[in-house]
Design a protein around this ligand. Structure first.
Ligand code: NAD
Length: 479
């Protein structure tokens, strides 16, 4: 078992000021404790913010090419530890090995080169009449992250914030601190100036809250659940800091009546069950036309019959059909309760159910579950479940489909399936969400990602992600 006793503050590994106990990191498939990690407290946040503040002047003035080189060095350092990152995330999160390699580690490692290029090409200054409009880093950034794509979602903040010239205090999710420790070791090894990046592991209610309230933090950037997003906004309000929120979703996949059922089925199952449904942008509500409802249901049930629960540490090359466990016992319980609620509220259970799966006697597994006959008033049509549960709803016509798709407090993602891309685009434009995939179009790491409504208020990735960490200054020039 690995043991980490230190935080990373001011360019050094340091003991927490006072003991706040340690986190036990549990392998989601074996239920064994694989590591212990020391927690910090609010006093450690003070220290980390002071270090970040002290480093800001110099880092923010560091030439772009020097910053870009550090980013590339970090990317190279992570690449050298690619296999270790993937296997760590397979243990912490339960993501099957191939998925952990291709998606979890792949995205986290690859993005650094992107940010290096973006800042090399970015227009930091523009002339507007007699004004020079200058883009500058916002200052000290508090980054608070979740556990589902733990390293990638850290990189979505730390990458562009460093690129912008900001200094950082990172608090990773308590279920998954190990990948953040690997990143920190890499950052330490490339010789990033002391204080530019700081890591304080610890509970959200103490370390996260201290970051959100801290008067010397200029921006808090959170990826997490809606209630925590609301709390962070309140905590940040007294110091009027910028708040960037990437929150939950209940995204609709709208199947138009000209879409081929077999093609729809593969995408519908994968886009909902991806990472065992522990994906903010998972398309968890499938909207099918009433006139062809049974055809789509039959195709989906056939496709879902290929889905298997697997040991995340085993070689399972089929990322479309291999699902690992939930991250934790509590997440497993939450998802099973939602499945029971779906049954109790009258949805038709097509596959799965709330019982423990027979395949494994250990691990936080949940049966992949599909409901038909779901109506918008049901809990499973409205709340984010964050597990492998697909709700199928039927609609009358295109207007009805759009109405149902938008009938949620969330607005993160969506999908449209159609034989006619122009028709699909028309529907996509009417969906009140930050992104829409047409016919399972591929993920684009440079496209903006973020939510409408209660799914958040920011955009991450690419140049949009960089700009979240920038301030804009006008310098008026004399005639
Ligand atoms: P969570 O909200 O419970 O925790 C997120 C982070 O906030 C953790 O680091 C946690 O320790 C911290 N935190 C908790 N209470 C806090 C407080 N009072 N003040 C400050 N920080 C606090 O979310 P989670 O369970 O880790 O992650 C799942 C959620 O994240 C889901 O709702 C999912 O949709 C969302 N998510 C959104 C995106 C996106 O890009 N929009 C991506 C991934 C996950």
């Amino acid at each position: 078992m690995r043991e980490y006793t230190k935080l990373y503050i001011g360019g050094e590994w340091v003991e927490p000021i006072a003991s706040h106990g340690s986190i036990e990191v549990v392998d989601s498939s074996t239920e064994e404790v694989v590591a212990k990690v020391a927690q910090g407290g609010a006093d450690d946040v003070d220290r980390a913010v002071a270090a970040a503040r002290g480093a800001f002047d110099s880092w923010s003035q560091t030439p772009v090419d020097v910053r870009a080189k550090y980013l590339r060095d970090i990317g190279a350092g992570l690449t050298a530890r690619f296999e270790e990152i993937a296997s760590t995330i397979s243990a912490e999160v339960g993501s099957p090995k191939t998925f952990a390699q291709m998606v979890q580690a792949g995205l986290a490692v690859g993005d650094w080169e992107n940010y290096a290029k973006i800042i090399e090409e970015y227009d930091w200054e523009t002339q507007l009449g007699n004004s020079l409009v200058v883009k500058e880093p916002i200052g000290v950034v508090g980054a608070i992250t979740p556990w589902n794509y733990p390293l990638y979602l850290i990189v979505c903040k730390v990458g562009p914030a460093l690129a912008a010239g900001c200094t950082i205090v990172l608090k990773p999710a308590s279920y998954t601190p190990l990948n953040a420790l690997i990143l920190t070791e890499v950052i330490d090894s490339v010789g990033l100036p002391a204080g530019v990046f700081n890591l304080v592991v610890g509970p959200g209610g103490e370390v996260g809250e201290a970051i959100a309230k801290h008067p010397d933090v200029d921006m808090v950037s959170l990826t997490g659940s809606g209630p925590v997003g609301a709390q962070v906004s309140k905590d940040a309000a007294d110091t009027v800091k910028r708040v960037g929120l990437e929150l939950g979703g209940k995204s609709a996949n709208v199947v138009l009546d000209d879409a081929d059922p077999a093609t729809v089925a593969l995408g519908a199952v994968f886009s909902c069950f991806i990472n065992s449904g522990q994906t903010c942008s998972a398309l968890t509500r499938l909207l099918v036309p009433r006139s062809r409802e049974q055809e789509y249901i039959d195709a989906i049930v056939e496709e879902a019959s290929k889905v298997r629960l697997v040991d995340p540490h085993a070689d399972e090359p089929d990322i479309f059909h291999a699902l690992g466990p939930m991250v934790s016992r509590s997440q497993q319980e939450t998802v099973r309760n939602y499945i029971q609620k779906g049954i109790d509220e009258g949805a038709q259970l097509l596959i799965g159910g709330p019982e423990a799966p027979e395949e494994f006697d250990k691990g936080f597994y949940v049966k992949p579950t599909i409901f038909a006959g779901v109506t918008t008033d049901m809990t499973i049509a409205q709340e984010e479940i964050f597990g492998p549960v697909l709700s199928i709803l039927s609609y009358e016509d295109e207007d009805d489909a759009v109405r149902i798709a938008n009938d949620t407090v969330f607005g993160l993602a969506g999908g449209v399936q159609s034989g006619d891309v122009e028709r699909a685009k028309r529907v996509a434009r009417r969906m009140r969400t930050g992104q829409v995939d047409i016919n399972g179009a591929p993920f684009n790491t440079n496209a903006p990602f973020g939510g409408y409504k209660q799914s958040g208020n920011t955009r991450e990735r690419g140049v949009f992600g960089l700009e979240e960490f920038l301030e804009t200054k006008s310098i008026q020039l004399p005639a």
